[in-house]
Design a protein around this ligand. Structure first.
Ligand code: F6R
Length: 596
């Protein structure tokens, strides 16, 4: 979703803003812009890529500025709707990430008071409201506070005014950080935007209003100064760069063995997977609810199979955006929410609802200081490092590791079985590495797959969510229509679509699903669909049955989602590459979905 950046300091703002906007590109955007303040405010913006904006920019002199990547919600991507948005005088410029729910009413009122609007955006009411209160004689900070008092909705905003040597920023339900430099400071929607300049950051909290000058950062809430802790970011700028890979997605797929290792080291340092979990979840609860969106939801579904299999308690894995519409009783349910970014609006809303009804919430997230980590009762961090590609890969793998660890920690299985499971989990980095080493075979299959427009992915048991994830990866980056199905469900309708123009990708595992999967493949072949099978090494039954076979290392069925998913990620990547798609920033998608 929208990315924002602000700079104030000793250097020229323009190159820093452009550079930071490039670092924010991964969030997904359709237009971009910036404003620099010298003797007046100069705004440049358009519905173009950042490199094109950069080429069109004159040299702007000024050491204070703001920038924005917009992901359209109110009004089409266009020059006029791009940010910064200004007031009538052009002396107040604002960049905004979020949604102003009551903007229509505010806009009508402001128009009746003589304000002129030029865009269709909700954001434009903000500079006009600030202008209104600023005119009334308040100082800038008071005017911002008064304006925010009128606004209903979510926002992370930065305000630049002509002639004021400061930036004012505020947040509510949208992330915002301050990067602390030497006689210069930064404001941004996330850490990668400022990492090249500083590793010292402050995470702002909801309702914070901050005034930033080159030498000072003053955070206030309800007009009272508050202190916010400074954090050191442990990962370096190179981790947020491509490191020789053609795309972030490929780099992130290849980082997975390390990510599994890092996450495991964090949580399983002894021979036993157990640390003090009593603090985290009440294991005496009778049921569990796992909530998430998108890829994280697929991790949640795998978590359900794991938990029901190893803990024998009923688990509901639910899509967070649907959760508000359910009317069920939630009491005595332990709740886990999974979110890479920790900022997904639907997931945050679900956490708030769970807490309102008294359910303790454990968040599994990749972003330290994210909103999810701040509102949940407990947080477990995945150690995936910054994930820049819009399509989630390594964060999913790290979520699985945390889920395996959690479930194994609670598991009542006997010590020998537990020890052997832990041993196998520790071998997963090398197993996933073996999948990555088989890249050339997967590339060959991808070339074949890239010629089709419709694909089904099927799996059973713990590999049903893997089928969903494989389909999601393929559709989002290659734009091939892909559907994930439980193999048993395919004959209840989708069979009507089978034929030689619709391949089916079958994810096999050596467990009680295997025979039924073989039967399903035969049924599919009988209807003319080409079959691509993902199978464990040494599977001879599949040879001669499937048209294409991708072999992955043989592992126990419960760990098969890790190797199978790695193969499907590469398949999606190379298929999209073959089709010439914009892999890291797929059309219409955003990395962090901060609107409902
Ligand atoms: C797909 C993808 C999305 C996210 C979803 C939830 O590749 O990345 O489906 O998984 O938007 O995001 P988080 O995990 O940040 O809550």
């Amino acid at each position: 979703m929208c990315g924002i950046i602000g700079y104030i300091g000793k250097r020229q703002a323009q190159p820093i803003l452009v550079n930071a906007l490039k670092r924010l590109e991964y969030r997904g955007y359709d237009s971009c812009g910036l404003a620099v303040s010298g003797s007046d405010i100069r705004v440049y913006k358009d519905a173009v890529r950042i490199v094109e904006l950069e080429k069109a920019l004159p040299q702007l002199r000024g050491a204070i500025g703001i920038g924005h990547t917009r992901w359209a919600t109110h009004g089409a991507p266009s020059q006029v709707n791009a940010h910064p948005q200004c007031d009538c005088t052009g002396n107040i410029a604002v960049v905004h990430n979020g949604i102003i729910n009551n903007f229509q009413q505010l806009k009508q009122k402001l128009i009746s008071e003589g304000h002129t609007f030029v865009s269709e955006t909700d954001t434009e009411v903000i500079p006009h409201l600030i202008e209104k209160y600023y005119r009334d004689g308040s100082d800038l900070e008071e005017a911002v506070e008064a304006a925010l008092g009128d606004i209903e909705g979510s926002y992370a905003i930065i305000i630049l005014t002509a002639g004021e040597p400061k930036l004012v920023a505020a947040r509510k339900d949208s992330p915002l950080i301050i990067g602390i430099g030497d006689r210069e400071n930064f404001i941004a929607s996330d850490v990668p935007a400022v990492l090249e300049y500083t590793s010292r950051v402050i995470y702002l909290e909801d309702s914070d209003i901050v005034v930033v000058t080159p030498q000072s950062i003053t955070v206030k809430r309800d007009s009272i100064e508050v202190s916010r802790e400074e954090h050191r970011i442990s990962w370096g700028v190179e981790q947020a760069q491509k490191g020789g890979y053609e795309h972030f997605m490929l780099k992130e797929i290849h980082e997975q063995p390390k990510v599994i290792r890092d996450t495991l080291v964090e949580y399983t340092q002894t021979a036993e997977p157990v640390i003090d979990l009593e603090k985290m979840l009440d294991v005496s609860e009778e049921s569990m609810l796992i909530l998430a969106c998108g890829t994280s939801y697929h991790a949640a579904l795998i978590g359900k199979y794991l938990t029901e299999g190893l803990l024998s308690i009923p688990v509901r894995a639910e899509i967070a955006s649907e959760f508000s519409y359910y009317g069920q009783t939630l009491a005595r349910t332990m709740a886990i929410v999974i979110t890479q970014s920790g900022e997904t609006a639907d997931t945050l809303k679900a956490i708030k609802r769970l807490k309102e009804v008294g359910c303790p919430v454990l968040a599994i997230t990749n972003v330290v200081g994210s909103s999810a980590s701040r509102i949940a009762n407990q947080t477990i961090y995945t150690r995936a490092g910054p994930e820049i590609s819009v399509a989630a890969t390594k964060s999913f793998m790290a979520q699985l590791v945390v889920l395996y660890w959690l479930v194994m920690s609670y598991s009542k299985v006997d010590a020998r079985r537990l020890a052997s499971m832990l041993l196998e989990l520790r071998q997963m980095p090398s197993k996933v590495q073996q999948v990555l080493d088989n890249e050339n075979k997967i590339l060959e299959v991808a070339k074949y797959l890239s010629g089709y427009e419709n694909v089904f992915f099927i799996g059973r048991g713990i590999n049903f969510p893997v089928a969903l994830e494989g389909a999601l990866k393929l559709k989002e980056i290659s734009y091939i229509h892909a559907e994930g199905y439980s193999a048993g469900e395919l004959k209840h309708g989708p069979f009507a679509l089978l034929g030689n123009d619709t391949p089916v990708i079958a994810i096999m595992s050596q467990d009680n699903t295997y025979e039924a999967m073989l039967t399903n493949i035969k049924e599919i072949k009988a209807r003319g669909s080409p079959v691509i099978a993902i199978v464990g090494e040494g599977d001879e039954a599949i040879e001669g049955l499937a048209d294409w076979v991708i072999t992955v290392p043989r592992v126990s069925a419960i760990f098969s989602p890790m190797v199978n998913t790695a193969a499907l990620q590469l398949l999606a990547y190379y298929t999209a590459k073959e089709r010439g798609c914009s892999i890291d920033t797929p059309r219409n998608l955003a990395k962090s979905v901060t609107v409902e």
